[in-house]
Design a protein around this ligand. Structure first.
Ligand code: AHM
Ligand code: MG
Length: 358
């Protein structure tokens, strides 16, 4: 071997020694199977990844192209102002699942009713639930946003189009995750075999495995909450916040985009809270598109998610746009918030007993 060959040989080895694990291969590997169900899940994840790439591309050019930034002038089913990127991203998910043969229905926080793809329905056995752009108020200021997704198997033929089979608890999810549009685009998913993160390599257009079997620390320093709502909360939540103010080792982080805040907590530990307020006793976040998928993910990573009094995954919604309070993150930190809530409930019960006796 000549001296000239040597560096070339080394380069070649280095190119191969990082195992470029793609998302679709990873899904099949996780399931140890090439069964029809495994192939379906792999195909579903590949389509979600495609939606993520299309949205990421639009976001990176949002300041340069017409009609990417700002509001549409319309409000959605929850009465919130709709942004142009919300509509674009919502449509991207629909488009990538049309002609997929996999998904019969898509339900998103931007659509009042599920969207049916009739040509898929005879064979498409899955429903995709999603928040196309989570934290969309960040779009116009070029900060991170995300997409959240969840997959459920369709139960029954839903002939009357009421989608009542979606009104079931979060244990019915077979996959969930998010795409984070930050300095790089990351896709984090779980199909019930742990939590795995992929980074988009734009030069080859593939999501490449970055972190496998992520475990959320049992405790972390971060508490992530919109403290502007302090006087809107129940006293128990105010007491928890007073507690973290008075104890060392806590630090506040709040980005205005749930996906970014959860991503930080997944890797570094801590707790995210969106409690009920006087105006919205059930909080802001929607169970089927936000809280339940993230609860599925965080539990797979060894963390916890709760309404404060009930596990998020046990909550049965009464309509598809149901909201719930959310406390999610490291096990110990979620338990601490819950302990403040329990303490207040005990005090209220004791007071009620005393009043009834007097
Ligand atoms: P969106 O999906 O309509 O953007 O709303 C959800 C977002 C979350 O990403 C974020 O945590 C929260 O709303 C922020 O709300 P607030 O501004 O009330 O703190
Ligand atoms: Mg959202």
């Amino acid at each position: 071997m000549t001296d000239v060959d040597q560096p070339l040989a080394l380069d070649h080895e280095h190119a191969l020694d990082r195992n470029y694990m793609t998302l679709s291969r990873h899904v099949l590997q996780q399931l140890h199977s090439f069964s029809a169900d495994a192939q379906d899940l792999s195909a579903l994840m590949t389509r979600i990844a495609l939606a993520g790439k299309l949205i990421a591309r639009r976001l990176t050019r949002a300041g340069l192209v017409e009609d990417a930034l700002g509001f549409t002038g319309r409000t959605n089913v929850q009465g919130e102002a709709v942004k142009k990127m919300d509509i674009f991203a919502n449509q991207v998910f629909i488009s990538v699942f049309e002609q997929s043969g996999l998904v019969c229905r898509l339900a998103s926080e931007e659509m009042e009713k599920p969207y049916y793809i009739p040509e898929n329905c005879p064979v498409g056995r899955y429903t995709l639930l999603y928040d196309p752009i989570d934290g969309s108020s960040n779009v116009d200021i070029n900060l991170n946003v995300g997409s959240i997704f969840s997959i459920r198997k369709q139960e029954g033929d839903d002939a009357d189009g009421t989608a009542t089979d979606l009104l079931q608890d979060g244990h019915k999810q077979i996959a969930a995750g998010y795409i984070l549009y930050g300095p790089s685009t990351m896709l984090v998913y779980s199909i019930g075999t742990g939590v795995h993160a992929f980074t988009l390599d734009p030069s080859i257009g593939e999501f490449i495995l970055a972190n496998e079997n992520i475990q959320v620390p049992t405790h972390g320093p971060v508490y992530s909450v919109n403290e502007g709502n302090f006087w809107q909360w129940d006293e128990s939540i105010r007491d928890y916040i007073r507690y973290v103010h008075r104890h060392e080792g806590y630090t506040a982080r709040y980005s205005g985009a749930l996906v970014g805040d959860i991503h930080r907590i997944l890797f570094q530990g801590g707790v995210f809270l969106y409690p009920g307020t006087i105006k919205n006793p059930e909080g802001k976040l929607r169970l089927l598109y936000e809280s339940a998928p993230l609860a599925f993910l965080i539990e797979q990573a060894g963390g916890n998610a709760s309404t404060g009094t009930q596990a998020i995954l046990d909550v049965v919604p009464d309509k598809i746009h149901t909201r719930t309070p959310l406390v999610i993150g490291s096990k110990e930190d979620v338990a601490l918030v819950e302990s403040f809530i329990q303490e207040h409930l005990r005090e209220q019960r004791d007071k009620a007993i005393l009043t009834s006796q007097s």
